[in-house]
Design a protein. Structure first.
Length: 155
């Protein structure tokens, strides 16, 4: 079974570009500078930001379903990111270097199954979860902080 992994669409965050620190704070966001790599995963390009790179930390609703699983969390968006990661059968390095929580959701947005994976185990876990006919899509989360990382669907 083939799968597709996508990052967040940059257009969702263009309104934050170039804002002052005060204007970002008014939107419950803040500008941060990457101080380590890995450590600041950009959710648009699905890559770790380079040391010294500027990002915006902002709350993002990643599960908009009208169910108890409706969810949002803080995500890093690299200010220079202008193209969303979109690949078939390729797991980006940012999802291989950390423990990943994979959550399978139904078409209605209810959780149907979940798993933890790391490194080379991420791809087989994705394929196994997507083989569940009740799973419409997966969300990948960085397991430590619990932050949303990417969307995974059948290709």
């Amino acid at each position: 079974m083939t799968f597709r992994i996508t990052g967040l669409e940059p257009g969702l965050f263009v309104h934050l570009s170039g804002l002052s620190d005060e204007a970002l704070a008014a939107r419950r966001a803040r500008r941060v500078t990457a101080t380590a790599k890995p450590g600041f995963p950009d959710r648009i390009g699905l890559r770790d930001a380079e040391v010294g790179e500027s990002l915006v930390l902002v709350n993002h609703t990643h599960q908009a379903a009208n169910t108890p699983y409706h969810a949002s969390h803080a995500v890093f968006i690299a200010e220079a990111s202008d193209t969303a990661y979109d690949r078939v059968d390729e797991v980006p390095e940012v999802l291989r270097v950390r423990p990943i929580s994979l959550r399978a959701f139904s078409e209605a947005g209810d959780l149907v199954e979940a798993d933890l994976a790391e490194g080379e185990a991420v791809e087989p876990a994705i394929r196994r979860l997507l083989s569940n006919p009740a799973a419409a899509y997966l969300h990948a989360h960085f397991a430590g902080p619990g932050c949303y990382a990417a969307r995974v669907e059948r290709a």
